[in-house]
Ligand binder design. Structure first.
Ligand code: IPD
Ligand code: CA
Ligand code: CA
Length: 323
């Protein structure tokens, strides 16, 4: 990249590299790793926590007035009223990391007034740095990224993530899996959503879909996709995906075909079909993203109507962890 990087992107890169060093050091002796379980099949290690602390220290050291939304510590650090919000996944792909399966990454995004402006996804196993600034393109190390040019779904390689938490709706996922599998050239489940999105940006895959993701899984990778010329949205093709726990990404042609296949499986209904009142946009905060269960009313970024909620709030109450 010939132009100078945005100063905030530079700080994010510094933070991601320091977290990557912690992760790489720990990967040398995985037998020493202390692993805790957040919920069945959902793990956290001391490495996730140490990496997160290093990232936040670096970011707040440079920008003490900014807000923080981080996977392990939530909003406990940083300003609560800033227009700037750093969205952090210190180690995306913890299950892979625990097993020594070398697909995991550090993901850091900066949103300004709800719009992601800067993004870094750092893969410490390959020393691969994916980064993007809004309006200035997406890069892998010094190489400009473009999404693939494949047009036909039948030729496309699609990334996905499997549901794995208690309460996840496997049957719903299996229907989507079948719909996509029957129409594409191959499906892959690498196991780190931030990288899955970067792989779309790099053209390694032509599209990606997953349910149950949190904003820290998607924020940085999504900017990589759009800056590489791709599209990202929810299953019905709307841009309100960050807090909605369903995401589709792809080059523009494959994205459109994925939306066609996945729209029937959306857990979101249009505003006119709401069965309970949706909150006003100003009531929607990143805190909602910290709740373990899927929010009944999905938060959306400000100024992005229409508001949407789950199809069946009763079912959501009875099955709080479900997609
Ligand atoms: C997980 C990974 C995985 C996805 C999960 C995420 P974590 O993140 O991104 O690919 O399927 O839903 O939770 O927990 O390893 O940071
Ligand atoms: Ca993650
Ligand atoms: Ca994580």
């Amino acid at each position: 990249m010939s132009q100078a990087l945005h100063p905030m992107l530079n700080i994010a890169i510094k933070a991601a590299r320091s977290a990557g060093a912690i992760i790489n050091r720990a990967s040398l002796d995985l037998d020493l790793l202390r692993v805790s379980t957040k919920s069945p099949n959902d793990f956290v290690t001391e490495v996730d926590q140490a990496a997160e602390t290093a990232i936040i220290d670096t970011l707040l050291g440079a920008y003490p007035g900014h807000g923080i939304l981080a996977e392990e510590s939530g909003r406990s650090r940083g300003a609560k009223d800033s227009d700037y919000l750093w969205i952090i996944d210190p180690l995306d792909g913890t299950t892979n990391f625990i097993h020594g399966f070398p697909v995991y990454a550090v993901s850091i995004a900066l949103a300004f007034k709800g719009q992601v402006q800067q993004a870094v996804v750092y893969d410490p196993t390959r020393n691969d740095l994916f980064f993007a600034s809004k309006g200035r393109g997406a890069f892998l190390n010094d190489k400009r990224l473009r999404v693939s040019k494949r047009i036909r779904m039948a030729d496309s390689l699609i990334g996905t993530g499997f549901p794995f938490r208690r309460g996840d709706d496997f049957n719903r996922y299996l229907k989507m899996f079948e719909a996509v599998m029957r129409n594409c050239a191959g499906l892959r489940r690498p196991g780190a959503a931030a990288l899955d999105l970067c792989y779309v940006a790099a053209g390694y895959t032509d599209g990606f879909f997953e349910t149950g993701l949190s904003p820290w899984d998607m924020a940085a990778g999504s900017l990589l996709v759009t800056e590489a010329g791709g599209l990202v949205g929810n299953f019905t093709g709307d841009a309100d995906y960050l807090y909605q726990r369903e995401v589709v990404a792809g080059n523009p042609k494959v994205y459109a075909q994925l939306v066609q296949l996945l729209a029937p499986h959306t857990a979101i209904v249009p505003e006119e079909k709401h069965v309970v009142a949706a909150p006003a946009a100003h009531e929607i905060t990143p805190e909602s993203a910290l709740a373990d269960s899927e929010p009944v009313a999905a938060p959306v970024a400000p100024k992005r109507p229409p508001l949407r909620i789950r199809k069946d709030p009763e079912a959501a109450k009875n099955n709080p962890g479900s997609d």
